[in-house]
Design a binder for this molecule. Structure first.
Ligand code: SAM
Length: 474
């Protein structure tokens, strides 16, 4: 696509790249790069399926991300049933570097502060391997919904999706997180090859506005990070104001932070649209997030004056405790018949929102979580953990999120088909399927062993329980 770049942008880039400007401009004549990341949370995503994906989508490895691959545009992996099954996440290759440098560890308490649509969230969750707690936050509610859908599709059980402004979080959870990802809203100069509106929205004034907003969000990230914690700041823009200068101003304002690494991916040097990443370390040491009640922040106490954190939590759940026990009994009864293959919930606590029963993840079992049910009161939380199901007339109707989070082999029955099988297209359209021998009650429809959603078999037919909003008619 021929691109017309703003004069002021060209001027800025000449100053930034005095020796490489010709090569940089030439990169706009090359076609954009396309990438996907294999999702390690899908246990069936082993060698045979990976080899199948490599062949189907002509995958080539992305050098800076072990699970990242370039794909050929015409192979359209976003339309393939494997995508619906969460086998991979479509992500621009250079954007994969930030979560690699965050280096998340299983068991940690991690915040993705500007998370939608979920590229970094799903990558971080893959590295956490279901252990610990990931808060994926997105300020804009409509984008938070898309984030929730991607979290569900990728089978992430230990993420809480919030929709809050950074200051709402920093008042509640100061010094709580082991690691924070801030993939900041930016002027998007690295998007010019793939998105013309990024060009039309660009101006010198817009860059300055973005830099001011980034400084503001960083103030809250500084509060939210634990002593000794790691903050990764990234953008998909090139100018120094939103990158090196933002980081330099931040470090002079907060001397506890030091820069461990600065990384740039340039479109004229690497196969990627371009990214900036800064890895920052906060001085100090601290105990793990889940050791006792360290997360009892003064600000949280202010919202519930005169009450300890334990009391606040007790008050939140007291009215519904026996109700929640009954709900969990329904869940256990469901799991005994529909998931006899040994799947278990991780550390956490049940939570009800209307009919919906969730499992709010905790960082570890047998300890007080710094983000318990009471700590979420008053926050917008589109997804307070894993959606287990909806309680209706004294039975549990399993949630789609649960179908995506359990290994398909744990189900009482699984009907798995090749991607091109007519049954897969029919299931994705929401149609009933013929039940195979042995399929009765709740079970899973799968593509090459990867769950696509629930079905309920009776009388030789499988009723389709794929949510209406996910059905596809093309
Ligand atoms: N990390 C995401 C991913 O990998 O898919 C992309 C994040 S995008 C670059 C930046 C996000 O910041 C957008 O979703 C935007 O809605 C959000 N945002 C905008 N203004 C914000 C603000 N003032 N505070 C926090 N986030 C904001």
């Amino acid at each position: 696509m021929p691109v017309t770049l703003p004069d002021a942008f060209i001027h800025q880039m000449r100053q930034l790249l005095p020796h490489d400007m010709e090569a940089f401009l030439q990169s706009y004549n090359a076609s954009r790069t396309f990438g996907l990341r294999i999702n390690p949370l899908k246990p069936a995503a082993g060698q045979p399926l990976l080899a199948e994906a490599v062949r189907q989508f002509r995958l080539e490895p992305v050098p800076w991300c072990g699970t990242g691959y370039y794909y050929e545009e015409a192979s359209r992996p976003g339309k393939h049933p494997y995508h619906m099954a969460g086998l991979y996440y479509i992500q621009e290759p250079s954007a994969m570097t930030a979560a690699e440098l965050l280096d998340p560890q299983p068991g940690e308490l991690i915040l993705d502060l500007a998370a939608a649509p979920g590229g970094k969230t799903t990558q971080i969750a893959g590295k956490m391997a279901g252990q610990g707690v990931l808060i994926a936050n997105e300020i804009h509610p409509a984008r938070a919904k898309i984030l929730s859908e991607n979290v569900e599709r990728c089978g992430i059980a230990n993420a809480i999706v919030t929709s809050a402004a950074p200051d709402e979080l920093s008042r509640r959870f100061p010094g709580l997180f082991d690691r924070i990802m801030l993939d900041a809203p930016c002027s998007g100069e690295g998007m010019f090859r793939k998105d013309e509106t990024a060009i039309s929205e660009w101006s010198v004034a817009h860059v300055a506005m973005c830099a001011a907003r980034q400084a503001d969000i960083l103030d809250h990230a500084a509060i939210l990070l634990k002593p000794g914690g790691r903050l990764v700041y990234s953008t998909c823009t090139f100018n120094r104001l939103e990158n090196e200068e933002t980081i330099a101003a931040f470090c002079s304002k907060y001397p506890a932070f030091s820069v461990m690494r600065l990384e740039r991916i340039w479109p004229h040097i690497e196969r990627g649209e371009g990214h900036f990443v800064a890895v920052l370390q906060k001085a100090g040491t601290s105990s793990p997030a889940f050791a006792g009640d360290a997360g009892d922040s003064p600000s949280a106490a202010e919202q519930h004056p005169g009450k300890s954190k334990r009391e606040r939590r007790r008050n939140h759940t007291a009215a519904g405790t026996s109700g929640l026990e009954a709900d969990m009994a329904l869940m256990r009864a469901f799991a005994e018949t529909a998931l006899p293959g040994g799947w278990t919930l991780g550390p956490g606590e049940p939570l009800r929102f209307g009919d919906a029963l969730y499992w709010l993840p905790h960082p570890a079992s047998g300890s007080t979580s710094p983000i318990g049910a009471g700590d979420l009161n008053g926050l917008k939380v589109p997804r307070p953990g894993l959606h287990l199901g909806d309680v209706r007339k004294n039975r549990l109707e399993p949630a789609h999120a649960l179908a995506m989070a359990v290994p398909a082999g744990a189900a009482a029955w699984m009907q798995s088909y090749r991607p091109e099988a007519p049954e897969i297209a029919a299931f994705l359209r929401g149609e009933t399927l013929p039940a195979q021998e042995g399929s009765t009650g709740w079970g899973l429809i799968a593509v090459d062993g990867l769950s696509l959603g629930w079905g309920k078999a009776s009388g030789g037919q499988i009723k389709n329980h794929l949510p209406k909003g996910l059905r596809r008619f093309t």
